[in-house]
Design a protein around this ligand. Structure first.
Ligand code: 1HE
Length: 263
C-alpha cells in the first residue's frame, strides 16, 4: 500500500485532495470490523499523505458500523484477547491522535466497536436514522476498542453503564442531546454536512488544528495546574507560527471574516 494507493476492497479511500474520504466498505456485513479492516484503518491513518488536512469517515450502505465482526471471534486465550484489544487501541489512537482532524458521518447502526470507532473521531454528524448502542453486555463481552476511555468522556460514566447493563439504545436525537454526536441532520445529508464541516476545518491553520486535536484532550485529562501550563506552551507555539501572524494581520487589516451568529 503506497501513500497514493491507500485502502482496499474493505476500506475505500480517496486521499487525492485536502479532504480524505474514508469509507468502510463491507455493507453486506454492516461494515463489521474484522482484523483486515482494522489493519486497513490503522495503515490508512498512519499513511495519510502530507497534503491531507482533514479526514471524513463514513460507512457504505444503511449502517455506519456493526462493531466487531463476531464471526471472527475465535477461541482466544486471555493473552491473545489483550493483544487483539490493543490492536484496536493502536488503530483508533491513529484516528484520535493522528495527523489530522477526523469527522464521522453516521447513519443507521453505530454500535459496539462502531461506536468506539465513532468516538475516536473528533466531530460526529448523526443522520436521523442513526442509533447508538453498546451490545457487548448482551453478547457476553466488554468494550475493547477504547470505548471505556472515550465514551464516558462524551456522555459520562453513568450513561455508558446504563447502555451496557440494560442494552439501552440512543436514537440520533437522544445521542446528540447526550453528547454522542455534535450535529443532527436529515437522512442522506450526513456526508454532505461532514464534507462542509471538513472544508471549514481545512481552512484553519494546521498548527491550530493540531493543538485542538492533540493538546485539548490531554489538557482535559490533566490537573488544572498542569493543563494550564500545557495550554500556555501550546498557545505560544501556535501564535509564533507565521500562519497565525498572517491570519491576525489579515483580520487587523479588515481582510478576514468576522465572527457572526450562526455563520
Ligand atoms: C455481522 C455483524 C457483526 C451484522 N459481526 N457479522 N456487534 C453487534 O452485536 C451488532 C450485531 N449486528 C446487528 O445487531 C445487526 O446486524 C445490525 C443492527 C447492525 C444490522 O441489522 P440488519 O437487519 O440490517 O442486518 P443483518 O441481517 O442482521 O446482518 C446482515 C449481515 O451482516 C448478516 O450476515 P449474513 O451472512 O447472514 O448476510 C449478519 O450476520 C452480518 N453482521 N453485524 C459479524 N457485528 C473491540 S471490541 C468491540 C466489541 C463489539 O463490537 S461487540 C458488538 C458487536
Amino acid at each position: 500500500m503506497s501513500p497514493t494507493q491507500l485502502g482496499s476492497e474493505l476500506l475505500h479511500v480517496d486521499a487525492s485532495g485536502p479532504i480524505a474520504l474514508i469509507r468502510l466498505a463491507r455493507p453486506a456485513k454492516r461494515n463489521a470490523i474484522n482484523d483486515a479492516l482494522l489493519a486497513d484503518l490503522h495503515t490508512t491513518f498512519v499513511r495519510l499523505p502530507q497534503h491531507v488536512r482533514v479526514a471524513v469517515v463514513h460507512g457504505e450502505g444503511p449502517h455506519f458500523c456493526a462493531g466487531l465482526d463476531l464471526s471472527a471471534l475465535s477461541e482466544r486465550s486471555a493473552a491473545e484477547g489483550i493483544l487483539h484489544s490493543r490492536s484496536w487501541h493502536a488503530a483508533f489512537d491513529q484516528i484520535q491522535f493522528g495527523k489530522v482532524p477526523v469527522i464521522a458521518a453516521l447513519n443507521g447502526a453505530v454500535v459496539g466497536g462502531g461506536l468506539e470507532l465513532a468516538s475516536a473521531c473528533h466531530i460526529r454528524v448523526a443522520e436521523r436514522s442513526c442509533y447508538f448502542g453498546l451490545p457487548e453486555g448482551q453478547r457476553g463481552l466488554f468494550v475493547g476498542g477504547g470505548g471505556s476511555a472515550r465514551v464516558p468522556r462524551l456522555i459520562g460514566v453513568a450513561r455508558m453503564v446504563d447502555m451496557m447493563l440494560t442494552g439501552r439504545v440512543y436514537s440520533a436525537e437522544e445521542g446528540v442531546a447526550a453528547g454522542l454526536a455534535q450535529y443532527l441532520v436529515e437522512d442522506g445529508e450526513g456526508l454532505a454536512k461532514a464534507m462542509a464541516l471538513a472544508e471549514r476545518v481545512a481552512g484553519n491553520a494546521p498548527l491550530s488544528n493540531f493543538a485542538v486535536v492533540q493538546a485539548l484532550p490531554r489538557i482535559a485529562d490533566q490537573s488544572q495546574s498542569d493543563g494550564l501550563f500545557m495550554e500556555s506552551l501550546m498557545a505560544a507555539i501556535a501564535q509564533a507560527d507565521q500562519g497565525a501572524k498572517d491570519r491576525m494581520n489579515a483580520f487587523l487589516q479588515g481582510r478576514a471574516g468576522k465572527v457572526r451568529a450562526n455563520n
